[in-house]
Write a protein that binds this ligand. Structure first.
Ligand code: KDG
Ligand code: MG
Length: 402
């Protein structure tokens, strides 16, 4: 089998997505998600200018060799842009292989370890009252796990809180918008919020929270320690993990489980965290972390250290990535949980999913391959629109992490 063509389609059904389609002389094509929120065109250009010309003529069944061609073979390796491109290539090749063998992807990853995938929903509210209402709604919808973010008294628009009545979407049209941050206000509020949620909803609901990289190690240690009585499923990205050693301090002070890695793109972002058992869940998504080929290795490495997966699944990762993640989640032994932030209905006009939600779990059907279909004609109706993630400043104007 030979790769005869590959193309990148950037479309904006409600938000931007970058999709790679690889075609073969066997009449089989595969899809990969190359979306990097707010940097879509950088990945599209890297694929079009440097990867696609080198892909033509290769045998798509040699996934390991092609992976290393675009990793070891490239002098400027790693980084979000190049790894997102490589992830999309890898995903499309696995899609082709599974279609060629007429079997759903999970069968190539070891078969099913479970029939359904535990997911967590996003709960948000402008204030504690609205947040509690949203927890109720998610519980009524059957969710067994919820990630809770809330507006904080004294702060305006912040991460995780929707504007108006629309579902939360951090990327906004045009240049980056500015948000304001105050860690002291945040640290005072969050433990009170979880105390209230446990008091109202009891012990069984799994509770998660995303710090979104905003604490220093000692601040994160304080937060993790104060949240201990509320038995979180995980505390996510408590610090920026450019400094992996920062997690040691958090670990020394608390038994709150830690999840990290949605901005990672290689096993080398994780080595200290995994070998020193400083975390409990890896979050690096298939579409940014080198695809299925690399995540199989990272997940297996993590398993030896009692670390589970909890893949990133925000709406800026396309249905192709979510479906591929679900196959992976079904197959591996050390699956933990899957993030599930449903796409807007308009997204499904372009991408037809092969998964559905029911009572706290996602199910994937037995369509061969990854199983998502992509309507290129429809995609043309939704051309790319410039959109960026916000930037964040402390209340005194100092630039801060978003
Ligand atoms: O593009 C940025 C989003 O994917 C990110 O902010 C979402 O933190 C996130 C999460 O946990 O879903
Ligand atoms: Mg996150």
């Amino acid at each position: 089998m030979k790769i005869t063509d590959a193309k990148v389609i950037v479309c904006c059904p409600g938000r931007n997505f970058v999709t790679l389609k690889i075609t073969t002389d066997a009449g089989i094509s595969g899809l990969g998600d190359a979306t990097l929120n707010g940097r879509e065109k950088a990945v599209a250009t890297y694929l079009e200018a440097y990867c696609i010309p080198a892909l033509i003529g290769k045998d798509p069944r040699n996934i390991e060799d092609i992976w290393h061609y675009f990793y070891k073979g490239v002098y400027w390796k790693r980084g979000a842009v190049t790894m997102s491109a490589l992830s999309a290539i890898d995903m499309a090749l696995w899609d082709i292989k599974a279609k060629a063998l007429n079997t759903p992807l999970y069968n190539l990853l070891g078969g099913k370890s479970r029939e359904r995938v535990l997911v967590y929903a996003h709960v948000t509210g402008k204030d504690l009252e609205q947040t509690l209402e949203d927890v109720s709604k998610k519980v009524e919808a059957g969710y067994l796990a919820v990630r809770v973010q809330s507006g904080i008294p004294g702060l305006g628009q912040i991460y995780g809180v929707p504007k108006g009545d629309k579902p939360y979407e951090p990327a906004q049209k045009g240049l980056p918008q500015e948000e304001t941050w105050d860690t002291a206000k945040y640290l005072n509020f969050v433990p009170k919020m979880f105390a209230k949620i446990r008091a109202v909803f009891g012990d069984d609901l799994h509770l998660l929270h995303d710090v979104h990289h905003r604490c220093t190690p000692i601040e994160a240690a304080r937060l993790a320690k104060e949240l201990e009585p509320f038995h979180l499923f995980w505390l996510e990205d408590p610090v920026t993990a450019e400094l992996q050693e920062g997690l040691r301090l958090v670990r020394q002070h608390s038994t709150t489980p830690i999840a990290i890695g949605e901005v990672f793109n290689s096993v080398y972002d994780y080595t200290t965290l995994i070998t020193e058992q400083l975390i409990d869940f890896i979050r690096m998504p298939l579409s940014h972390g080198g695809g299925i080929t690399h995540l199989q290795k990272v997940a297996a490495y993590a398993a030896f250290y009692h670390i589970q997966t909890g893949f990133h699944g925000a709406t800026d990762l396309s249905p192709v990535n979510l479906a591929a993640s679900l196959h992976f989640d079904l197959a591996i032994n050390n699956f933990g949980i899957q993030e599930y932030m449903p796409h807007q209905e308009i997204v499904h006009a372009v991408f037809t999913p092969n998964y559905h939600y029911e009572n706290g779990f996602l199910y994937v059907d037995d369509t061969p391959g990854i199983g998502v279909t992509f309507n290129e004609e429809k995609a043309k109706q939704y051309p790319y629109q410039t959109a960026c993630l916000p930037v964040n400043r402390k209340t005194d104007g100092t630039m801060f992490y978003w």
